[in-house]
Design a protein around this ligand. Structure first.
Ligand code: SF4
Length: 657
C-alpha cells in the first residue's frame, strides 16, 4: 500500500515559518524510491535542525548504504523548528521526511543518530509529531521500531523507555543486518508481532533492546544489577566495528544542502578511531581501534565526491587527521592534483604535536593563512598529564612559533575547565600560555598584528572513558574559575588586548552530565522537561537550565537520587555503572587502572606505535590496528573531470589536540 506525501498540507504552512527551504528536500544526490519497491523502509533522523543535521556523515552514509540495497528504502527527517512544530500541531501535519514528505509513522524503522545527549528531547518531539507513542512499551506493530545510534547512544539508558533498540558503534553493517531481520520477519507474515521482531534483533548480539533487561537498584539508589529477562538475549551487547574502510567508501554521492548548513564542504573520512588515549575523550575510546582508509581510496573519494557535488572545499575528516600515517602523501598528492583550481583542502582536526609546517603549507598552497586551531585542553602541564594529553607547553609554543613565522596571524586554542583534580591555578595557567603565544608570535613575525583566541568549555565526564568514575565540577565553581581567568587576561596590560576569550557557562554541562551518565530513572526527567516545552537543548537560546532542574526535582522526588548524585558524585570501583552491560570493548579494569594512573599523573602511550597495552578492544572485538605506510603515491592517478571549478586553497582549519 502506498503512503501519501504530506507536502500538500505542509506547503501551505511553509510561508509562515523561518527558513522554509530546509523542509523541501530535493537536494543534489537525494534519493527517492517508490514506496512499494522496498520491503524495509527506514526513516533516518538527525535530531537537530536541518542546518546541523544535513552535513552529518553518519546519516549520509547510512542513507546511501540502505538506498543501494534493492529491497530497502531510506529517507531523512530532521527536527523541525518550534514555529513549524506549532503549526503542524494546529493543522494535524505529522513528522515527515524531507525526501518524499512521507509521514515518519509509516516507516518500519526510525533510526535516530545522536552525536550529543542534548538531542534527546528533539527525538521526543519527532515521535510525538509522528503519532508514535513516546514509550516503547505502548507501541504496537503499526509503529516504527525506534533505533538509537551514534556516540551519545553508547549509554542509551536515559532514553531506554523511548527507544525500542540501540546500536553501538559503526552503523554500516548494523543497518544491513537489522534490515535482513526485519525483511525476513515481514516475509514470514510478522510471526509473534513486535515482541518477536525485537527478540530476533536482540538475539543477533549487536542490538540492545532495553525492555529485555531488568535493572535492580540498591536502597541507596545505586544499581544492583542489570540482567536479561528473556532466554537467548545476551548479558552484554557488543559494539559494531567496520574493519576495512576501503570496502565502505561512503558517502559516494554526498548530499548538497539547499539551505545554509554548518559545513559547506565535502568531507572524506580518512580514518576512524583514535588511540592517543586522552582520558576525557569518549570519541577516542569508543571508536578504537584505529582503521585507516588507504591514500588511494581517499583520493578516489575526493575526486568522485567533487565531481558529484561541485563543492569547492574538501575536509579530510577524522578525530585527529594529521595522525593518518600517510597524511603527507595524501595532502601533497591532492594539492598537486588540484593545483591551479579553486578547490581547497582542510584538516578539521589536528593535534598540536602532529602539526607540521610542510603539511600546513600543502594545505594552504596558493591560499590565505587565516586561522589555526589547536586544543591543548588542559592549561597546565600537570593537567595535561592528568588527561594524558601528551603535549608540553614547549610543543605548543614551538608549533605556534612556526605558524606565526610562516604567515599565520591567528591561533585559536581550546581548553576545558573542570577536569579531575583541577585547581584555580591550573586554569589561570591558560592566561600565561596565551601570553606566551602572543609574545612568541610577535617576536617571530616581527608584527604586532597577532591574535590568539582562547575558547573554553566545561568538562563533562563520559561513559566508557577512564573519567567515567570522576566527579563533575559543579557549575558555580566552573563559572567562578572562568571569571578569574577572564579577569587575569583582562588585567594583562601588555598582551591582554590581543587575547580573545570565549567561554560557555557551566550550566548546560550539568544537564549534559546528567544525560551522559544517567540511568533509566533519568528518562522521567527528559519526558517531564520535554512536556514543559524543552526543545533544541543544544542551542543556548532555547536551553533552560531552570526548567531541567525543576523537572529533575519533580521527576526524581520518589527515588534516592538527584542531579548532583548523577553529576558531581565520584563513583567507586565496585559500583555497577548504568552502561556496564554495553560493551565498547574497553576492559573495565583497564579503564579503572587508567583512572588511577590519571590521579598519579602517569601517562600512557599511543598503542598505534607502541606495544599493545591491553585496553581490551582488539581482543574482545576481534579487531586490530590498521595503519600504513602502504607506499602508495597519488601522483599517478588522473583527476576526474570536475563539475565547476576545482580546489581552493583553504585554511588549515580547526584542529584537535
Ligand atoms: S587525540 Fe583527539 S581524538 Fe584522539 S583521544 Fe585525544 S582528544 Fe580524542
Amino acid at each position: 500500500m502506498s503512503v501519501e506525501s504530506v507536502f500538500p498540507q505542509l506547503e501551505a504552512l511553509l510561508p509562515l515559518v523561518t527558513k522554509p527551504v530546509q523542509y523541501v528536500g530535493g537536494e543534489l544526490n537525494a534519493v527517492t524510491k517508490p514506496w512499494d519497491s522496498a520491503s524495509v523502509r527506514w526513516a533516518l533522523m538527525y535530531p537537530d535542525a536541518y542546518e546541523v543535521g544535513i552535513p552529518n556523515q553518519g546519516v549520509q552514509i547510512l542513507y546511501e548504504v540502505l538506498n543501494e540495497r534493492p529491497d530497502a528504502l531510506a529517507e531523512r527527517t530532521y527536527a523541525v523548528w518550534p514555529d513549524l512544530e506549532r503549526l503542524m500541531r494546529e493543522h494535524g501535519v505529522p513528522q515527515f521526511t524531507v525526501d518524499s514528505h512521507r509521514p515518519v509513522g509509516a516507516f518500519d524503522l526510525l533510526g535516530v543518530s545522536f552525536s550529543t545527549e542534548l538531542g534527546y528531547t528533539n527525538m521526543l518531539t519527532a515521535l510525538d509529531l509522528a503519532g508514535v507513542p513516546l514509550h516503547a512499551a505502548d507501541r504496537d506493530e503499526t509503529h516504527p521500531v525506534v533505533v538509537a545510534g551514534g556516540h551519545a547512544a553508547f549509554n542509551p539508558e536515559p532514553i531506554a523507555d523511548f527507544v525500542d533498540a540501540a546500536v553501538l558503534g559503526d552503523g554500516e553493517q548494523a543497518v544491513l543486518t537489522i534490515s535482513d531481520v526485519v525483511a525476513a520477519w515481514k516475509d514470514e507474515g510478522r510471526p509473534g508481532g513486535r515482541e518477536e521482531l525485537l527478540l530476533r534483533l536482540a538475539r543477533t548480539g549487536g542490538v540492545y533492546v532495553p525492555r529485555f533487561y531488568d535493572v535492580d537498584y540498591l536502597p541507596d539508589g545505586r544499581i544492583a544489577r542489570v540482567a536479561p529477562n528473556r532466554p537467548g538475549v545476551p548479558w552484554r551487547v557488543s559494539k559494531h566495528t567496520v574493519m576495512d574502510l576501503d570496502e565502505w567508501p561512503y558517502p559516494k554521492a554526498p548530499l548538497v544542502p539547499l539551505a545554509e548548513s554548518i559545513h559547506e564542504r565535502m568531507s572524506v573520512e580518512i580514518f576512524r578511531g583514535c588511540t592517543r588515549g586522552c582520558r576525557f575523550c569518549q570519541a577516542g575510546m569508543i571508536t578504537r581501534p584505529v582503521r585507516e582508509r588507504s591514500a588511494v581510496t581517499i583520493a578516489e573519494m575526493v575526486d568522485n565526491g567533487l565531481a558529484r557535488t561541485g563543492y569547492e572545499e574538501v575536509g579530510l575528516l577524522s578525530l585527529s587527521s594529521a595522525d593518518h600515517s600517510e597524511i603527507g602523501v595524501v595532502a601533497k598528492g591532492l594539492a598537486d592534483r588540484y593545483e591551479g583550481t579553486e578547490t581547497g583542502l582542510s584538516l578539521p582536526s589536528t593535534r598540536v604535536d602532529a602539526f607540521n609546517i610542510e603539511l600546513a603549507n600543502e594545505l594552504t598552497r596558493n591560499g590565505r593563512r587565516s586561522g589555526l586551531t589547536f586544543a591543548p585542553e588542559g592549561g597546565s602541564e600537570r593537567m595535561r598529564r592528568v588527561i594524558n594529553k601528551m603535549v608540553t607547553e614547549e610543543d605548543l609554543i614551538r608549533t605556534v612559533a612556526t605558524a606565526y613565522g610562516n604567515g599565520w596571524r591567528q591561533v585559536k586554542l581550546y581548553f576545558m575547565c573542570g577536569l579531575p583534580t583541577e585547581t584555580d591555578e591550573d586554569v589561570l595557567q591558560i592566561a600565561e600560555v596565551a601570553r606566551r603565544v602572543i609574545e612568541t608570535g610577535r617576536s617571530v613575525s616581527g608584527s604586532k598584528d597577532i591574535r590568539c583566541t582562547v575558547s573554553i568549555g566545561g568538562f563533562v565526564p563520559k561513559p566508557h572513558t577512564p573519567f567515567q568514575w570522576a566527579a563533575q565540577l559543579d557549575h558555580e565553581t566552573t563559572d567562578a574559575r572562568l571569571r578569574k581567568l577572564r579577569d587575569a587576561i583582562r588585567a594583562d596590560r601588555q598582551y591582554g588586548k590581543a587575547i580573545g576569550f570565549r567561554y560557555h557557562d557551566g550550566k548546560p554541562g550539568i544537564v549534559e552530565g546528567l544525560l551522559s551518565r544517567g540511568d533509566r530513572r533519568v528518562g522521567r526527567v527528559i519526558e517531564r522537561v520535554w512536556r514543559e516545552g524543552a526543545r533544541f537543548d543544544g542551542w543556548s537560546e532555547h536551553f533552560s537550565f531552570d526548567a531541567w532542574m525543576a523537572a529533575a526535582e519533580h521527576a526524581l522526588a520518589d527515588v534516592p537520587v538527584d542531579v548532583d548524585w548523577f553529576t558531581t558524585r565520584e563513583r567507586e570501583h565496585t559500583e555497577v555503572l548504568p552502561w556496564d552491560h554495553l560493551d565498547s570493548g574497553l576492559d573495565k579494569d583497564w579503564l579503572w587502572e587508567d583512572w588511577q594512573d590519571s590521579l598519579d599523573e602517569v601517562g600512557v602511550e599511543d598503542c598505534r606505535w607502541t606495544p599493545c597495552f591491553d585496553c581490551g578492544v582488539c581482543d574482545q572485538m576481534g579487531t586490530e590496528i590498521q595503519v600504513g605506510p602502504t607506499g602508495a603515491t597519488l601522483l599517478g592517478m588522473p583527476a576526474l573531470p570536475l563539475r565547476g571549478a576545482g580546489l581552493v586553497a583553504a585554511s588549515a582549519g580547526p584542529v584537535d589536540g
